[in-house]
Design a protein around this ligand. Structure first.
Ligand SMILES: N[C@@H](CCC(=O)N[C@@H](CS)C(=O)NCC(=O)O)C(=O)O
Length: 204
């Protein structure tokens, strides 16, 4: 069976659980503590030299890190993968956007504001303004797109939506005000209404 090395509260890991659940792909979970540093130890680094989860491990020993690569792999050839060459390129466009312009600010603000110890957050205080400015810029870009489109990867719900949902739905944890982005709020509700949807904290 596939094994997902993960942290339950990570939005990147949630993307993989949500995709697997909606496609009925059986996976087992191996949980790592949020603050344990376990993924930076030699046993894990031998499997993913980048020292991060999520990482999918196959029965033959192959390993695949990076949330968006994993959900792309799981979705290939299924209803969650966009059908046409143009839609697949659009999905990739938004998945790269998520990794470069969205996750580094919205996920990082959430991690430090919700999960870090107060004394550690104090050392990052000077960065919060930049996280919020750039995260709000990303939410604004999404809101503009969603004024004229229902989804991010073409005509229907796909892994591009899952990639962006991972941290957008929990952005309030990082101090973002989603009421300012009404088209994003409506899209969040559409995603949550998809068959087989599970919340981030649902046990496996
Ligand atoms: N670009 C990666 C980011 C992965 C990432 O930042 N993982 C975090 C949890 S969300 C992690 O493993 N943190 C532990 C560490 O950095 O030691 C992805 O999308 O999978």
């Amino acid at each position: 069976m596939l094994v997902l090395h993960q942290m339950q509260m990570s939005g990147n890991c949630y993307k993989v659980r949500l995709t697997a659940r909606q496609l009925d792909v059986p996976i087992a979970l191996k949980e790592y503590p949020l603050h344990g540093g376990e993924t930076r130890k030699p046993a894990f680094l031998a499997k993913n030299p980048n020292g991060r989860v999520p990482m999918l491990e196959f029965e033959d020993g192959r390993t695949l890190p990076e949330s968006d690569a994993i959900i792309w792999y799981l979705a290939e050839g299924t209803r969650l993968a966009p059908e046409s060459k143009w839609e697949r390129a659009q999905a990739l466009q938004w998945m790269f956007f998520e990794q470069y312009s969205h996750e580094p600010y919205i996920a990082v603000a959430r991690f430090w504001l919700k999960f870090a110890a107060k004394e550690d957050l104090a050392k990052k205080q000077h960065l919060i303004g930049e996280w919020h400015d750039k995260g709000n810029a990303a939410l604004g870009v999404m809101n503009t797109h969603l004024k004229t489109h229902d989804w991010f990867g073409g005509a229907r719900y796909s892994i591009a939506d899952i990639a962006l949902y991972g941290y957008t739905h929990s952005a309030a944890d990082g101090g973002f005000e989603l009421l300012e982005y009404p088209a994003v709020e409506k899209w969040l509700a559409r995603v949550a209404a998809q068959p087989g949807h599970i919340p981030l904290d649902e046990s496996w």
